[in-house]
Design a protein around this ligand. Structure first.
Ligand code: ADP
Ligand code: MN
Length: 177
């Protein structure tokens, strides 16, 4: 087709989900396998100071969403990016060809976050976020239904299968599609 082409030669993929669902591990494997650029937004925010200080209650940086979008714009226009972040409602819709929401069963996620040192409200907030499928709802509200996909990420087998599925999708993607 000729309509609405983005001008990108390679697709942009957003990998989102509750902390601990495997975004960074999956993104990194996919980036290697499909030769895409992995952008870990959390790391970028810290490296480039794209925040307005520290939120004591939530125990995280207060991300400056406009600064993040400005920082990413040129790379996103070029294409070939995997954006790895636990939020998805502030990126321009036009940036992404595929939005992946990773999901993990609660007992498994609980163990992963505990191992990461999360306790108290930081742990329970994230568990609730997963129970209520906050990221899936956010993705559905922010992007066209036909580009949003939920993938289970409980086991290493799940992760391998997800990477394989996404590598196939990248191979089949064409700029006109
Ligand atoms: P996120 O970036 O979403 O916070 P990570 O990729 O950092 O998650 O993964 C959190 C932890 O869980 C890591 O120790 C990682 O190895 C493990 N993990 C992530 N996904 C899976 C999976 N599908 N199966 C087994 N372990 C996983
Ligand atoms: Mn991560």
């Amino acid at each position: 087709g000729d309509g609405g082409g983005s001008g990108r030669k390679k697709p942009n993929i957003l990998i989102t989900g509750t902390p601990g669902t495997g975004k960074t591990t999956t993104s990194s494997l996919l980036a290697d396998a499909a030769q895409l650029r992995h952008i870990n937004v959390g790391d970028l925010v810290k490296q480039k100071n794209l925040h307005d200080g520290w939120d004591e209650d939530l125990q995280c940086h207060v991300v400056d969403e406009d600064l993040v979008c400005d920082e990413l714009e040129d790379m996103m226009e070029e294409g070939g990016n995997i954006v790895d972040y636990h939020g998805c409602d502030f990126f321009p819709e036009r940036w992404f060809d595929c939005v992946v929401v990773l999901q993990t069963d609660n007992p498994i996620l609980y163990d992963r976050l505990s191992n990461r040192g999360y306790t108290g409200s930081k742990l329970s907030n994230n568990i609730e976020c997963e129970i209520f499928q906050v990221l899936l709802e956010e993705a559905k509200a922010s992007y066209p239904d036909n580009i949003v996909v939920a993938l289970q990420s409980d086991s290493i087998e799940d992760m391998s299968k997800n990477v394989e599925t996404l590598v196939d999708w990248v191979r089949r993607w064409s700029p006109a599609s």
